[in-house]
Design a protein around this ligand. Structure first.
Ligand code: SF4
Length: 448
């Protein structure tokens, strides 16, 4: 936030009415400056003050939404140069390029992969987000046919690409309800495409041969009152594009240079013909500021590593990754199957569930909410202790699923076994191995 607490205080009503939940307007201003409060918490801010505060607190990279509804892709909105300073906010969209000159079966195959390849990891679903539709045929009907095919496949996030303004206009009109990203305004057609974007309330990409040219175009478009802009720097090599992305982020955040304060779109698919190299290029732009990253193909072997990298980079480092509390059935357990309990730290869950799964022993895995802390840390913090575990065991419903009353706790938490015995008098508390890697022999030798 550009304003200090004192600057914000000057714009507040100064009545100290406490309706915002803090004792004074000064205290609220300080919280606002620290990003610990929302302006909406004060019902008495004047419209003029609100506008000033919102402008001053707007993120230096404007957030832009492409698509509509729950699955719309939001990019930009970033506030930091390095992820460890705070967190990155909106993960980049990963997409695939479809061309209206492609053979129908090729298009069908690419669309099938786009909609079909999904992974679940740490309770999150990983998938590609957007399809870039390129007109290369010179035939408006072919382009409209491609848009129709993609819409019928249920895809709602699109980039519509054409160098021909008339064909692009027809495409935008055919998909305007989906708010596609229009690609791309250049020096020659900036005003026309700006108007097209305004008329259809769609975001617009600008493409320049240099950052100066891009900045001049975004200035022209914002003067036209178009706000939702995405930048293509026009670079065709990894090195130039990488340098451009760094330059844009620094200009927007460090120099507060608004004409470059927009998310980007980048095409690793045009930088190389080698699929492996293309994936490596794409991986460069996940931590280094790509907004939308377009690939030539979506396959498990490129989407999965990129989506996992993206998940890791765009996870808030101040919030531990956690799995949902509950009962997880692994290998189809029955009433005589063992019950293993552990914390909901995502890594713990994945290691333990992976070991149990590979043991092939039908098992009930109880995941206790420890706010994402690992077993030992949660124990030290009082979140994986007897009087927290016992109520969960009683309430979660596991007692209705088994005929025995034996529960296996992690070896690392053996110290709680005595207290847990007292809290769960009907249960036998068993101490499991310290390392998840030793679960397989432990479970194979276990009997009810
Ligand atoms: S609600 Fe507004 S006016 Fe009241 S104390 Fe908070 S900041 Fe001040």
């Amino acid at each position: 936030m550009a304003l200090t607490g004192i600057d914000i205080f000057k714009l507040l009503p100064k009545t100290n009415c406490q309706e915002c939940g803090v004792p004074t307007c000064m205290a609220f201003a300080m919280k606002l400056a620290a990003g610990q409060a929302e302006l909406d918490a004060c019902p008495y801010v004047s419209d003029e003050a609100r506008q000033q505060l919102e402008e001053a607190s707007a993120p230096p990279i404007r957030p832009v939404v492409i698509g509509s509804g729950d699955t719309a892709l939001k990019v930009g909105g970033e506030n930091v140069i390095f992820r460890h300073e705070k967190t990155f906010v909106n993960k980049p969209g990963i997409g695939v390029l479809l061309d209206d000159g492609m053979d129908g079966s090729v298009l069908d195959d690419k669309l099938k992969k786009f909609t079909g390849i999904k992974y679940e990891r740490v309770g999150l679903e990983l998938f590609a987000d957007i399809v870039a539709l390129r007109e290369s045929s010179g035939d408006a009907n072919a382009f409209l046919g491609l848009i129709d095919k993609v819409k019928k496949a249920g895809v709602s996030n699109m980039v519509l690409m054409s160098e021909k303004t008339d064909i692009l206009s027809e495409g935008v009109k055919a998909a305007k309800e989906l708010k596609p990203l229009i690609y791309a305004a250049t020096n020659g057609n900036c005003k026309d495409l700006g108007q097209l974007a305004l008329d259809n309330e769609c975001p617009l990409a600008v493409k320049g041969s240099s950052l100066d040219e891009v900045a001049a175009m975004t200035k022209e478009l914002t003067d036209m009152k178009l706000k939702d802009i995405v930048i293509d720097t026009g670079a065709t090599t990894l090195r130039q594009s990488f340098e451009d992305h760094i330059g844009i982020r620094r200009a927007a955040l460090t120099d507060k240079f608004r004409p470059l304060g927009f998310p980007t779109i980048v095409f690793p698919c045009t930088m190389t013909d080698d699929p492996l190299q293309e994936t490596l290029f794409a991986s460069t732009f996940i931590p280094k500021y790509g907004g939308i990253i377009i690939l030539s193909e979506l396959e498990g072997h490129n989407l999965f590593p990129l989506a996992v990298q993206r998940m890791n980079i765009y996870t808030d480092p101040q919030r531990p990754m956690a799995t949902t509390e509950g009962i997880y059935e692994i290998n189809s357990p029955d009433t005589d199957s063992p019950i293993v309990i552990t914390s909901n730290f995502a890594l713990t869950y994945f290691i333990v569930s992976g070991e149990v799964e590979s043991s092939r022993v039908p098992t009930w895995l109880l995941i206790k909410d420890t706010e994402g802390l690992s077993v030992l840390t949660a124990w030290a913090a009082g979140k994986f202790v007897a009087d927290a575990i016992a109520p969960f065991v009683k309430k979660c419903g596991i007692e209705d699923s088994v005929s025995h009353r034996k529960i296996i706790i992690p070896g690392a938490a053996a110290t709680i076994s005595g207290e847990l015995d007292e809290e769960l008098p009907d249960w036998e508390v068993q101490i499991g191995p310290r390392e998840a890697a030793h679960l397989t022999p432990f479970l194979k030798n276990w009997s009810a």
